[in-house]
Design a binder for this molecule. Structure first.
Ligand code: IMP
Ligand code: MG
Length: 180
């Protein structure tokens, strides 16, 4: 199988980040998180659907007392951000006075993150930080801080490692970018 390019539905994607590089970036994020939260209990909030691979890889590397909460949000339709958060479920535990760490697969415009930060702040956590595997720096329009960034990528549409194009491609071990 040729792993350099793949086709999903009507689109061709080319290899952008190999799994080895993804693993390394997640390892570095985990190191920083372990250092910063030493001796603390952390509530990790994973944002579904896309985060499942990043979350699984990241939490396995945390030497901390960790509890995991999953939340489902949706701001994407096809290949672009709608600017509106569509669906939501989750947040069943009380986050008051907890050390909360949001984990995302990718941050694009930052709309989803800004929404989530506002939501969680109403719970009055002790601390609130964000970790994301990928950041599209040029697309990011919000002022909110992102404490842990795995890799900064150009403003291109990507699939793989949990991220989808129209529901497909999430299972891919590497990350691919839409061919332009
Ligand atoms: P934002 O609200 O614009 O920051 O978009 C964040 C969410 O949109 C991410 O958590 C992803 O679920 C999705 N998303 C953003 N960029 C991409 C992409 O390039 N490929 C697949 N999903 C993406
Ligand atoms: Mg996501």
């Amino acid at each position: 199988m040729n792993t350099e390019t793949i086709t999903i539905k009507d689109k061709t994607f080319e290899l952008l980040i190999e799994s080895k590089e993804i693993k390394k970036a997640i390892g570095q994020m985990a190191e920083a998180i372990n250092r910063d939260y030493e001796g603390k209990e952390v509530v990790v909030i994973g944002v579904l659907d896309g985060v499942f691979m990043v979350l699984a890889a990241l939490v396995k590397k945390l030497n901390l007392s960790v509890s995991i909460e999953l939340i489902k949000l949706k701001s994407y339709e096809g290949m672009s951000s709608t600017g509106q958060i569509r669906k939501i479920f989750g947040l069943t535990t009380d986050l008051k006075d907890k050390h909360v760490l949001i984990v995302e697969d990718i941050i694009d415009t930052g709309t989803t993150l800004a929404f989530l930060l506002n939501l969680i702040r109403t719970h009055q956590p002790a601390t609130l930080r964000t970790a994301t595997l990928l950041l599209k720096e040029e697309a990011f329009q919000n002022q909110c801080p992102i404490e842990y960034v795995g890799l900064r990528i150009p403003n291109r549409f990507v699939v793989g490692y949990g991220m989808d194009y129209d529901g497909q491609g999430r299972q891919l071990p590497h990350i691919y970018a839409l061919r332009t």
